[in-house]
Ligand binder design. Structure first.
Ligand code: SF4
Length: 300
């Protein structure tokens, strides 16, 4: 898709209106991925809402995503590596104030270790500039909240890192990946997330995105994919089937563990029967909104 001037006239979201001030239950890409990976993990996160201690890599991802969002708020000529790096320290200061529990991750660290961690965030920011020149484009939106209701009544909700819209109307969905997990492990999950956004945008705007672009800042590589309408239609059926399965499990409380390599990244092994643990008593289906994404979900 051509880079350049961007159509800024389209509204950023269209949503089903909340009923009685409550948000309707919706499927997000993170929670749908959780359920696909392991129904019990979905339950722990979306139903029990067990707290999870973020990793330094997740917090760094949030920091880098925030810096890249702010970068596009600068005039084009200022979108250069040193300006982006200058944003890191004040952004970390702000995030530390908003989420003081994150600073506990560094409680035992020396100031040199914290500096090293900030340097590792700076390297991710630098890697972004190896992949594209932000002075050549104006995104229509960054950190865009999107929500749409499928004809089946399933509500889809999520946040898109960046949305580019060409003057010709072509849509590009961009997602930055900063996670520590090996890329091969995360790639299927990342593509699932991108197709999720493609379905939401297709249903919101009537246009199939012409490109889904993943930018891997850990290894400085990008992956671009072009979806088509029949594929998104099939994917829509998949999302509906996942939501049906979630509701079925939600009624009975039957969320089974499903082990995989990804268990290494699961915070809840101590409560998982596959690892000798016992889950807490099923608390029942949460209302109004199971599965809301956290800021950390959005910065993997
Ligand atoms: S440890 Fe693995 S099987 Fe158990 S809840 Fe976590 S992801 Fe599921």
């Amino acid at each position: 898709m051509a880079e350049g001037a961007i159509d800024t006239t389209t509204t950023s979201t269209a949503t089903a209106s909340p009923r009685d001030g409550l948000r309707r239950p919706a499927l997000s890409p993170s929670r749908a991925s959780d359920f696909k990976q392991c129904p019990l993990l979905y339950r722990f996160r979306a139903v029990d809402r067990l707290p999870e201690v973020p990793t330094k890599a997740q917090v760094r991802g949030t920091l880098v995503h925030s810096v890249l969002e702010q970068l596009f708020a600068l005039p084009r000529q200022e979108r250069v590596p040193h300006r982006a790096r200058e944003l890191l320290a004040p952004t970390w200061e702000r995030l530390s104030t908003e989420c003081p529990e994150w600073t506990e991750l560094f409680a035992q660290d020396s100031s040199a270790a914290v500096r090293d961690w900030l340097d590792s965030a700076a390297r991710l920011v630098d890697a972004y500039f190896e992949l594209e020149d932000p002075r050549r484009l104006d995104p229509q939106a960054c950190e865009l909240h999107v929500e749409t209701e499928l004809r089946s009544g399933v509500l889809l909700r999520g946040y898109i890192d960046r949305l580019d819209v060409a003057p010709t109307g072509e849509i590009r969905v961009v997602d930055y990946k900063t996670g520590a997990a090996p890329r091969q492990i995360g790639e299927a999950k990342a593509m699932f997330q991108m197709k999720f956004y493609a379905v939401v945008l297709w249903r919101l705007r009537g246009v199939v995105p012409s490109q889904l672009k993943l930018m891997y800042l850990t290894d400085g590589q990008a992956l671009a994919y072009t979806p088509d309408e029949p594929e998104l239609l099939r994917f829509e059926r998949t999302l509906e089937a996942i939501w049906e399965a979630i509701l079925r499990a939600g009624r009975t409380g039957d969320f089974r563990p499903s082990t995989s390599k990804l268990c290494d990244w699961c915070s809840h092994q101590a409560l998982c029967p596959s690892f000798g643990g016992t889950p807490p008593e099923y608390p029942g289906w949460p209302e109004p909104d199971p599965g809301e994404e956290s800021v950390l979900d959005r910065a993997d």
